[in-house]
Design a protein around this ligand. Structure first.
Ligand code: UDX
Length: 451
């Protein structure tokens, strides 16, 4: 393994969770540190391994994850994460042992791992290697995760259907139905994974967030008060520089040529990230809601994102002809470019944190359709704290979809929302250019350098 470009500030090891929504911010963060003079090594699983040719100055070290093809194609992301925490422990220990051995000429400053990868703590501690963590959600979600034992004690969890609309004053403005949980067969396994994530952060030398003070001031203040480890909100990561692509799927560039032909702010961009999937009946409601609203739309339909379908088979025959040029469907879009395109007027999103932050930074208002865990919290913050979007609630129904789209694209309310999101877009820029994230990054660097 060659040490590419040994730099004055030392070498940082990064270990991302192998899911798109986690790989993206981790590699963006690595890029930021490289621009500050550090050398970068990415330790990664074979499953969903990033493409080294996009990062010629990084060193990539694959380790065994022991996952079978059946497991990667059939298991939920939570089950996969739990298995990785067991399977990767020994390979990661062997990897670190080699890197830190007396013969190694490389000086390793610290490890930055994803909070979901709990096993990295035990291994890093055994080598006395300082460990920082990246939490890829927003800070409000992290706070809610840390409160899960309390929420269970107070009876909010497990969620009861009769209490969905009840407010949770401990985590205002969340309601019971906004709590970051998921409907999985093994609920205890989920709680254990989250408890491990919080502990991984609590015992670290510092927790890095892809967020910024101007957006999450009160959540940051609360976490700083409640939590022993230092907190470093240094986002939005993707705005530091045009980072190399860590996207695992090739984007369809026709998205941009199609947008080029549309009027300013006329298009609804629809995408539900890399994991969320909908039932066939919901898919049909989405399709008819989009068709009936009479606005133009760019719709990402990921193969496999409709239960029981490979791709578009569930669409009624003749549906695409009926739309004509009013809709464009792709399997994967270059999302950052799409959101920055002047033709895009709204983003119908599942509110994964990356998508939410990317939308805010592009000044694009959102239609929120959270699907699981942190997405519920993000959607509530979008609609009730930052007020930069509207939420589709209580099931997907074509008439409601049409109404919500019109509220955002046509009404006065939409205009107000648009102004607010533009304001946050400016705040995000300010935060990096000498504001809070700039300062937080400087203090993170000095903390890492003295660790
Ligand atoms: C997951 C979780 O679902 C999310 O809740 C958590 O916050 C992070 O991990 P994912 O569902 O993929 O992520 O959503 P998101 O966080 O929005 O990340 C998706 C990424 O893929 C974004 O950076 C987005 O720009 C990119 N993307 C998505 C594309 O580049 N093209 C697409 O067509 C769709």
């Amino acid at each position: 393994m060659a040490d590419k470009g040994g730099r004055a500030r030392g070498r940082l090891l990064f270990f991302p969770l192998p899911l798109q929504g986690h790989i993206t911010p981790m590699l963006q963060l690595a890029d930021i540190f490289q621009s500050k003079g550090f050398s970068i090594t990415i330790i990664h699983t074979k499953y969903n391994s990033p493409n080294p040719s996009n990062y010629p100055n990084f060193t990539f070290i694959p380790i065994s994850d022991g996952l079978s093809e059946k497991e990667t194609s059939e298991l939920s992301v939570f089950a996969l994460a739990s298995i990785l925490n067991v399977n990767c422990l020994v390979p990661f220990k062997d990897c670190l042992s080699g890197l830190l051995s007396a013969e190694s000429e490389v000086h390793i400053t610290c490890l930055i791992s994803d909070t979901v990868l709990h096993f990295t703590r035990e291994v890093a501690d055994s080598f006395k290697l300082p460990r920082f963590v990246l939490r890829t959600s927003c800070i409000g979600v992290f706070r809610a995760f840390a409160a899960i034992p309390l929420l269970r004690e107070k009876g909010y969890l497990p969620i009861q259907a009769s209490r969905l609309e009840e407010p949770v004053p401990e985590l205002s403005p969340l309601r019971v139905k906004d709590l970051p949980v998921i409907n999985v067969p093994n609920e205890e396994m989920f709680y254990q994974l989250i408890a491990g994530l919080v502990e991984e952060a609590r015992t670290s030398s510092g927790v890095i967030f892809n967020s910024f003070e101007e957006l999450e001031q009160s959540a940051i203040a609360a976490v700083r008060q409640e939590f022993p480890a230092p907190i470093f909100p240094v986002g939005p990561f993707h705005q530091y520089s045009p980072a190399a692509s860590s996207i695992l799927v090739k984007p369809d560039e026709s998205s941009i040529s199609w947008l080029d032909k549309q009027a300013p702010k006329s298009v609804i961009y629809v995408s539900f990230g890399s994991i969320a999937a909908v039932k066939e009946n919901e898919f049909l409601e989405i399709a008819w809601g989009l068709a009936n609203c009479k606005h133009t739309f760019l719709w990402v339909i990921r193969p496999g994102s409709v239960h029981g379908s490979k791709w578009l088979e569930s669409l009624p025959s003749g549906f695409l002809d009926l739309l004509g040029v009013r809709g464009h469907i792709v399997k994967w879009a270059p999302q950052l470019e799409v959101l920055a395109h002047p033709a895009v007027g709204a983003f119908w999103t599942h509110n994964g944190w990356n998508s939410t932050l990317e939308s805010i930074c592009a000044g694009v208002p959102m239609i929120c359709m959270p699907c699981f865990t942190d997405q519920f919290v993000n959607a509530r913050y979008v609609t009730h704290v930052w007020k930069v979007g509207v939420q589709l609630e209580n099931g997907l129904e074509r008439k409601t979809i049409e109404e919500v789209i019109r509220r955002l694209m046509e009404g006065e309310e939409g205009e107000e929302i648009r102004n607010r999101v533009e304001d946050f877009k400016e705040k995000a820029k300010f935060s990096l250019g000498g504001g809070s994230s700039y300062e937080s990054l400087e203090s993170l660097i000095s903390c890492i350098s003295s660790s």
